[in-house]
Design a protein around this ligand. Structure first.
Ligand SMILES: [Zn+2]
Length: 264
């Protein structure tokens, strides 16, 4: 999706035969999905990224927990019109049920550049499960995403209810999760570091949070060059608790797109 007033430039790049590693730097600092923000942008080894303490650019990752139907009907359609990508944290066992996205919608969003991330198979209270059962809840959903043609975000986890314990970190490692997001309120200045990759902070958008407050979060992320994992749930005209109104959501996405156009 090309934003009005911008031109698309294309170059052919040939990897030198002797190159062992090269890095691709993005020029646009607002990324929508997890793999873009953390891996696709800078192609580096884990050992290298573990030494990075700070990002050189701001990253805004727009997250949607739970796979509510509005992620497709409201968020995807609107963000698409602005050229923004997002990450939908999918609960495999809920897909296709009333009020939730369908498998076809998930696959369409994936094809559109969104990541379909892992939110466990049944939205489990992980910290109440044994370590083995946590692995099952996590891995079942990774395999569901991968077996349905959506591998990109399948090994990134968002903890349901934000709940995790020491066993969760083991379960993440044992099931090959690359990173995991909590609901601990905060930004990431060092999310490339291996040490904290399973306890990444998020920025909530609870019902009642004003548009101006949310815009201030975006401004903070940009001016401090941090990674903000901003997460939503349902986008609706009748918001409550964890949900956000459609008009405010659209205005906030307009603001993100504006900031990107301004070169942040
Ligand atoms: Zn959830």
């Amino acid at each position: 999706m090309l934003i009005a007033g911008f031109k698309r430039l294309t170059v052919t790049f040939v990897t030198p035969a002797t190159a062992a590693l090269y890095s691709i730097r993005k020029l646009i600092n607002v990324a929508g999905n997890v793999s873009d923000a953390w891996f696709a942008v800078d192609s580096m080894t884990f050992e290298e990224v573990s030494t990075i303490d700070n990002h050189s650019v701001a990253n805004i990752v727009i997250n949607f927990d739970d796979g509510d139907a509005s992620v497709y009907t409201q968020a995807y359609s609107y963000m698409n019109s602005l050229g923004l990508k997002g990450t939908s944290w999918v609960i495999g066992g809920f897909v296709g049920q009333a009020g939730n996205i369908t498998l076809a919608q998930a696959q369409e969003m994936y094809a559109g550049g969104w990541d379909m991330g892992n939110h466990t198979w049944g939205h489990s209270h992980l910290s109440s499960l044994s370590e083995a059962d946590q692995e099952t809840a996590i891995l079942t959903n990774s395999l569901y995403l991968e077996n349905n043609g959506m591998p990109r975000g399948a090994r990134y986890l968002a903890y349901p209810f934000g709940e995790y314990n020491a066993d969760s970190l083991i379960a993440c490692a044992n099931t090959g999760q690359r990173m995991a997001r909590t609901t601990n309120d905060g930004y990431e200045t060092s999310c490339f570091k291996i040490a904290n990759r399973y306890i990444l902070n998020g920025k909530p958008t609870p019902y009642g949070m004003t548009l101006e407050t949310a815009k201030a979060e975006i401004d903070y992320i940009i001016s401090n060059k941090v990674t903000g994992l901003v997460y939503f749930h349902k986008i609706t005209d009748t918001p409550e608790i964890l949900n956000w109104p459609i008009a405010d959501f659209q205005a906030l996405m307009d603001y993100v797109a504006l900031k990107r156009m301004q070169g942040y």
